[in-house]
Design a protein around this ligand. Structure first.
Ligand code: NAG
Ligand code: NAG
Ligand code: NAG
Ligand code: NAG
Length: 376
């Protein structure tokens, strides 16, 4: 038994290492390997005993999550054979997340936590964006959550690859990070609102409360942090160019984290915010105006016009900073969502036996099969 679980852990770390390598290559500013090249690598991860080979995607076994059923208070959602009937049902709650092979264990925990804490789990529809291996990921989600209502979309990385400039942490440049800017283009036009969530978080409250947020005139809602000095998010080249920096004139922009957002898809479509974001990415390509990845364009477009959401919905920074991933305590106050933003991720720290105190809050949502768990 011990041997078996060691073996799994080994496989797990080999997989992680390989994928870090691939991402590192990918995030090189000079040559992005084409998708086809990546695919043609004979076998990125080899089949090893104890791994779950769902249609060729070798991955540690995720345990099957229990079925979660609606409470009596829940609004009726029409579930006919026709997918559009329930996707377009006005009582459905839409959540968009990316499915990145490196963050899969985090995504599974996030989904599990949402289902566990909502009173109406059958009304929640997950929209997953994958850049690669969509079919295998679909099977993996299905085998882990047989009752989940979800859809996997292929996110064409080529769409953003050529727009991404290098940033301070290579992981921030991953094209999937930019999927959140394209939701309004990819999701069904009948979807009027979506909650975007990162994969390194867990929700410990009913997501329906977040869903019900009133956005007023704003296109997005998110917890804001107004004590943060915005100066550091942009370079001197930005602040000294009036043509650029006047974007903030007459506004009181506050920092917000793009890992948890309630987004009004109708406004995104009419205002074409995707194009505005791309415009800023093009500026960045000519003159370096910021150092982080996908966040600064959101600050440029929405800073000063974000509907503030209670901080309980994004207890962020639990992964430490972008460079070291140090342990951080919870912020004071009530908590509805815990977010391991920053470099440290709980599943990696658990595997490396270097956990931080807050990681014990993530562990109960880890769906990796018990035999592979190192902390048990
Ligand atoms: C559910 O959808 C079907 C097909 O669109 C429709 O015929 C039926 O009336 C709907 N039921 C309810 C209760 O909305
Ligand atoms: C920047 O723009 C140039 C010229 O349009 C283009 O060739 C290059 O791929 C872009 N680079 C990045 C990182 O966006
Ligand atoms: C923000 O930081 C910059 C330098 O980093 C400083 O010059 C400026 O005064 C600060 N602004 C506020 C409001 O603290
Ligand atoms: C300021 O930014 C604008 C827009 O990118 C650019 O056209 C202009 O050349 C910049 N001005 C200077 C002085 O760099």
């Amino acid at each position: 038994m011990v041997y078996r679980s060691d073996n799994r852990l080994l496989t797990w770390s080999v997989v992680l290492t390989l994928f870090s390598l691939v991402s590192a290559i990918r995030s090189s500013p000079f040559d992005f390997p084409a998708r086809a090249e990546l695919h043609s690598e004979p076998s990125l991860v080899s089949q090893a005993p104890g791994t779950n080979a769902v249609s060729g995607l070798e991955w540690p076994d995720f345990r099957e999550a229990p079925a979660f059923r609606n409470g009596r208070q829940c609004a009726f959602v029409n579930r006919t054979e026709n997918e559009l009937d329930h996707i377009c049902d006005r009582n459905s709650v839409h959540i968009a997340m990316t499915l990145d092979v490196k963050y899969l264990r985090g995504s599974m925990a996030a989904v599990f936590s949402i289902l566990k804490h909502t009173g109406c789990p059958e009304n929640v529809i997950f929209h997953f964006f994958a850049a690669d291996r969509d079919e295998q990921l679909r099977s993996l989600i299905f085998s882990t959550f047989p009752f989940l209502r979800f859809k996997v979309y292929h996110f064409n990385e080529a769409l953003v690859n050529r727009r991404i400039s290098p940033s301070v942490r290579p992981a921030l440049e991953h094209p999937l990070n930019y999927a959140r800017s394209y939701l309004a283009d990819i999701l069904e036009p009948c979807i009027q609102r979506v909650i975007y969530l990162d994969s390194d978080l867990i929700v410990v409250d009913d997501i329906v409360k977040l869903w019900g947020t009133k956005l007023g005139p704003h296109a997005i809602g998110a917890p804001e942090y107004c004590h943060t000095n915005m100066t550091k998010y942009f370079t001197d080249a930005f602040w000294s160019n009036r043509t650029l920096s006047r974007v903030f004139d007459g506004k009181k922009p506050c920092y917000f984290n793009t890992g948890v957002m309630v987004m009004d898809m109708m406004k995104w479509r009419t205002e074409n915010y995707r194009a505005v974001i791309e415009g800023w990415m093009a500026v960045q390509n000519r003159t370096r105006i910021y150092d982080l990845g996908s966040l600064p364009p959101f600050l440029l477009v929405f800073g000063g016009s974000v509907e503030p959401i209670d901080h309980r919905w994004n207890q962020h920074g639990l992964g430490g900073d972008n460079l070291e991933g140090k342990c951080r305590p919870l912020h004071p106050g009530p908590v509805s969502l815990l977010h391991w933003s920053g470099k440290g991720k709980p599943w990696i720290r658990i595997d490396q036996k270097k956990t931080c105190p807050v990681d014990s809050l993530w562990a109960p949502y880890d769906l990796l099969a018990p035999s592979a768990l190192s902390y048990q």
